[in-house]
Design a protein around this ligand. Structure first.
Ligand code: HEM
Length: 267
């Protein structure tokens, strides 16, 4: 587990791919049907959210001139989230950096309502090892962040559901041991590599020049293991990644027994 921050070329702040139209449609539907699940805002972040919308408008003008922000109605973070594939979070500092506005349509098994207003340490409290390994460097990196030096990082997981919108709590993969010894792995229906998904979050971290807020963006990429079958080095790295993940983190991710199961499937 590492902070893994890399300098971000601003031309790559947002990514646009062939899934754009489907993902924006899904966002539109979620905003209609489950607004309270996907949006949370505090008034103190209104100005920063408006600045974020303006930054997206300027970024489009410079790097994606075919795209535009075509509405100004509603909360600016929602207007912004409707035109980009990324989920958007705004953090402000008082005693600590706190999540004060967000539109997160594609959470990977966490709930936005439980994180709004919380500090970085509180947000990450369920993650084994975060407090010991990442809390100090991450808070320091946020304090040092300069508007002209943004960063990006990746998070990955292996998950048994391809849906982008998973606002549930972590649950064990059905192909794993479920943390129980009494389960008969032979009965499980996850033998097939197309029931398993490699999900990568590309995250960017940027300081807004005027408000001083931090904008955190998350862009999800999902591929089934079947799609990746032709890349043996990928599976070697995946198994190594799982095997070297400490046991409490494997529990948190729902990966207990999964490396063994993958070997059985692949051999
Ligand atoms: C340098 C910055 C950051 C680092 C190093 C970091 C690190 C991590 C790690 C290691 C995990 C566990 C990942 C996993 O399941 O694979 C995680 C999960 C998470 N992170 Fe971050 N994170 C950062 C920034 C943020 C920010 C700015 C937010 C603000 C919304 C955030 C929200 C979350 C949430 C909601 C989870 C899931 C927590 C849960 O399961 O309850 N992270 N982060």
């Amino acid at each position: 587990m590492a902070m893994g921050l890399r300098p971000l070329d601003i031309s790559r702040w947002l990514e646009i791919d062939e899934h754009r139209s489907a993902q924006l449609d899904l966002k539109r539907r979620l905003l209609e049907e489950s607004r309270d699940v996907v949006v949370a805002t505090r008034p103190e972040a209104d100005a920063a959210s408006a600045e974020l919308l303006e930054e997206i408008r300027r970024w489009f003008a410079t790097f994606a001139p075919d795209l535009e922000v075509n509405s100004t109605a509603g909360h600016p973070i929602v207007t912004a989230a409707r035109v980009v594939q990324e989920d958007l979070c705004v953090l402000l500092r008082d005693d600590a950096w706190r999540l004060q506005a967000a539109c997160v349509c594609f959470p990977s098994r966490w709930s936005l309502a439980s994180k709004i207003g919380r500090t970085m340490d509180q947000i990450h409290a369920p993650i084994p090892g975060y407090g010991e390994l990442l809390s100090v460097p991450t808070n320091a990196a946020f304090d040092r962040l300069k508007a002209e030096r943004p960063f990006w990082r990746l998070n990955w997981t292996l998950i048994d559901d391809a849906s982008l919108h998973q606002p549930t709590s972590p649950r064990p993969l059905r192909g794993g041991s479920l943390g129980r010894d009494d389960l008969d792995l032979e009965d499980l229906d996850h033998d097939d590599l197309d029931h398993w998904f490699f999900r990568v979050e590309r995250q960017t971290i940027r300081r807004l020049p005027s408000s001083g807020a931090i904008v955190f963006t998350i862009h999800n990429y999902v591929a089934s293991l079947e799609q990746l079958r032709g890349t043996p080095e990928f599976f070697e790295h995946l198994q190594l990644g799982i095997d070297t993940t400490p046991a409490p983190m494997q529990e948190y991710k729902g990966w207990v027994g999964v490396a063994r199961r993958l070997r059985e499937i692949l051999n």
